[in-house]
Design a protein around this ligand. Structure first.
Ligand SMILES: [Zn+2]
Length: 449
């Protein structure tokens, strides 16, 4: 099907802002972008024209690190839960929750998470999954929910860890291998995979070595949490005599295909080593603030030329909120209103995240330009001031929050998956009704009732 998006304010992410513009989509790709006279009309028999007048039209967003399985933790109150550090957060909440996820809870978590990503204008997600009592087939199930039913472009992986013993570590390894084999046999560009690992402090040397041996034959890298808490470094130093980056690097795991989430507690030599290896780091400031995890040295990482993108790490699904929080956190941390500019943070969301997705899916993404895949977000944002190419990021930072805006239409791979703020393929109230039922049951199990 072909589509003409007509009449919007088009931000191309390619140096142009076009008032009253048009985007022509054919066979999943953008073929023309420009003014209405330049592009012309689309006759009814050739496709559909969608009115975007008064709307902002921009590339769909990428979430470079999240956990769809965390969705049903929202509002969960646990008795005597008062974590002092990351380890207590994990043992007190997340490892209790992931252990209770069965097929139904995994399915509905993924479904609700995907709905909320779309409602936030996200068209590509890099998910990091864990459900130790429902491992085999979990990534395939998430794919059915997130990609087939809802239409998100998705890179999936399963969190391998030794915290549940060797047998479960092996199950996790197999689930990654199965998924990566499935992905390599698919002929669409909607799915991809990484090799998921939890974090150095829950992984034995044997497991790291085994994963490393598989990666030699795979066209992907690891997706791991790196130095999110101090305990990751303490464990690595105490048990292996090396800091985390060196430990993982000694196993050959840090390369240009690796996705490393957080990277907060890093020494200067570790940052230099990362600079040499060229992995992709993902900054998740809202999660870091919520966990009291620390503040990543964003400036120091960028100074080394590292690829640094943004993710939500399960704390909500809005990349615009993450973009805003990135800048706010750096300003308060450094005590300066100009330590970073909108352009610096804009590069993380609008350049780095797209480069990650382009590599993972092997397609052109992130610009409204001919030849790029038609992953597009249309936002209803009635601005009280002019929008220009120069101030677009300022509107995102100061304007698109709360009730000031609504994501109205989303395209993935040239097809609409959200229209008039409603899902094209699913009934949203039904999804939420079902999720509430399943979450009540899940919470009872977590609380041991
Ligand atoms: Zn995470």
């Amino acid at each position: 099907m072909n589509y003409l998006l007509d009449g919007g304010t088009i931000w191309t992410n390619n140096g142009k802002l076009i008032e009253n513009g048009r985007v022509l989509v054919e066979n999943g790709k953008i073929v023309k972008v420009g003014g209405s006279e330049e592009i012309g009309n689309l006759s009814e028999d050739k496709g559909e024209t969608i009115d975007c007048s008064q709307k902002l039209v921009m590339p769909g967003l990428v979430n470079a690190h999240t956990h769809l399985y965390s969705t049903l933790a929202r509002g969960l109150v646990l008795p005597d839960y008062s974590p002092e550090n990351l380890s207590e957060l994990l043992t007190g909440l997340w490892w209790k929750l992931d252990r209770k996820l069965n097929r139904e809870a995994t399915r509905i978590s993924a479904r609700v998470g995907a709905v909320e990503l779309l409602k936030n204008g996200v068209t590509t997600v890099f998910d990091h999954h864990s459900s130790p009592n429902y491992t085999e087939g979990s990534l395939q199930l998430i794919e059915e929910e997130v990609v087939e039913k809802i239409g998100l472009r998705s890179s999936l992986c399963y969190e391998v860890t030794d915290r549940n013993g060797e047998a479960e570590a092996q199950q996790g390894i197999r689930e990654n291998l199965d998924w990566l084999s499935t992905v390599s046999n698919r002929d669409d560009d909607l799915t991809a995979g990484q090799f998921g690992l939890h974090a150095s402090f829950t992984l034995s040397s044997g497991t790291l070595e085994e994963v490393s041996s598989y990666l030699e034959d795979l066209d992907t890298g690891i997706h791991i949490h790196l130095a999110e808490g101090r305990e990751d470094q303490d464990d690595s130093l105490n048990q292996y005599g090396n800091r985390v980056v060196t430990r993982l690097d000694n196993h050959g795991l840090i390369d240009e295909h690796a996705i490393l989430a957080h990277g907060i507690h890093l020494s200067e030599p570790e940052k230099d080593l990362l600079g040499d290896r060229d992995p992709f780091l993902v900054h998740n400031p809202r999660s870091n603030m919520n966990n009291g995890a620390g503040v990543a040295d964003v400036e120091g990482l960028l100074d080394r030329g590292l690829s640094l993108g943004l993710g939500t790490d399960g704390l909500g699904f809005s990349m615009i909120d993450e973009f805003r929080s990135t800048l706010l956190l750096q300003k308060i941390y450094h005590g300066s209103p100009s330590i970073m500019g909108l352009e610096d943070v804009g590069r993380m969301l609008f350049e780095e995240n797209y480069e990650l997705a382009e590599d993972a899916f092997g397609i052109k993404l992130g610009k409204l330009s001919p030849g790029y895949r038609a992953d597009i977000t249309v936002i209803d944002y009635p601005s009280p001031t002019p929008i220009t190419e120069d101030n677009f990021l300022g509107h995102l930072f100061f304007g698109t929050s709360g009730s000031n805006y609504e994501v109205e239409t989303v395209f993935v791979d040239g097809e609409p998956v959200l229209r008039d703020s409603e899902l094209v393929n699913l009934d949203k109230p039904d999804v939420y009704r079902e999720a509430r039922k399943i979450s009540e049951h899940l919470w009872e199990k977590i609380r041991g009732k």
